[in-house]
Design a protein around this ligand. Structure first.
Ligand SMILES: C[S@@+](CC[C@H](N)C(=O)[O-])C[C@H]1O[C@@H](n2cnc3c(N)ncnc32)[C@H](O)[C@@H]1O
Length: 247
């Protein structure tokens, strides 16, 4: 663990009870970085994947009192792991009807954490099904993305269909405003909602932020700010600085 993880999580794992908790140590740094700023107010949180239920009391202690904490798993035995102030629901993370029912009962979600089967097609199905139900400013977090490199989970190095490849595709979606090639790379409506795609070791974080406008550039001179979206419509752009190295 690094210094950043010497806080809540490092302490918490020395205080667990009978319920075992399964995580990688380096995730604590990511949680601190991504979730730390959300601790100050009640939020709605959904974790997919319960197993022995070890993360339920951890998140209940981590997030602000009054938060709505929802946990989902395909294993009916997990229903018994609900603790006061939390909600457990049983279903398949790849089933759109189950995801819609979760969203209808508890959404929109400020944070979704996928720690379920780690099968790539499940991760993608959950992301597709739940992304519309993520709140503006919300985070969609997918754990154990190293399975994207394991054939047994639908992965492999640059395997089409892996979650990592899917997430890389969202980088293109986010930049589709800037396309010069509408035929093969048109503006994707999802660009209006993707604020960031962040890759950590084994964790992908998608941040949602609804934009009213296309990206806007500005020039400021003598304190006068002039904005424009014109660069988005220009085709055949060239760098105005090209050639300065003699090349
Ligand atoms: C890695 S464990 C969860 C660990 C738990 N979050 C923790 O921190 O201790 C994965 C869980 O995902 C569940 N799971 C597997 N396939 C699933 C599916 N299709 N839909 C929902 N949950 C699933 C398993 O039953 C298992 O309990």
């Amino acid at each position: 663990m690094t210094d950043a993880a010497q806080g809540f999580f490092a302490d918490y794992i020395t205080r667990t009870g009978e319920r075992s908790l399964m995580k990688w140590l380096h995730y604590f740094d990511v949680y601190d970085r991504e979730l730390g700023r959300l601790r100050g107010r009640p939020l709605t949180f959904l974790e997919i994947g319960i197993f022995r239920g070890g993360s339920i009391p951890m998140w209940a202690e981590y997030f602000a009192p009054g938060s709505r904490l929802v946990f989902a798993d395909i294993d009916p035995a997990c229903a018994a792991l609900e603790i006061p102030g939390t909600h457990v629901r049983i279903g398949n993370q790849a089933d759109p009807a189950f995801l819609s029912a979760l969203a209808e009962e508890f959404g929109p979600f400020d944070v979704v954490l996928d720690d379920g089967s780690h099968l790539c097609h499940h991760q993608i199905a959950s992301c597709e099904g739940l992304w519309p139900h993520l709140a503006d400013g919300g985070l969609y977090v997918v754990e154990d993305c190293h399975t994207s490199y394991w054939p047994g989970f639908g992965g492999g190095h640059r395997a089409p269909g892996s979650f990592i490849e899917y997430a890389k595709g969202l980088i293109d979606v986010m930049h589709s405003w800037y396309t010069e090639d509408d035929a093969v790379f048109p503006v994707d409506p999802r660009a209006r909602a993707i604020e960031a795609v962040r890759f950590y070791d084994s964790i992908v974080v998608l941040e949602k932020r609804l934009r009213a406008n296309r990206p806007t550039s500005f020039v400021s001179r003598n304190g006068v700010v002039t904005t424009t979206q014109r660069p988005l419509d220009i085709r055949g752009r060239r760098s105005m600085f090209a050639g300065r190295d003699g090349g």
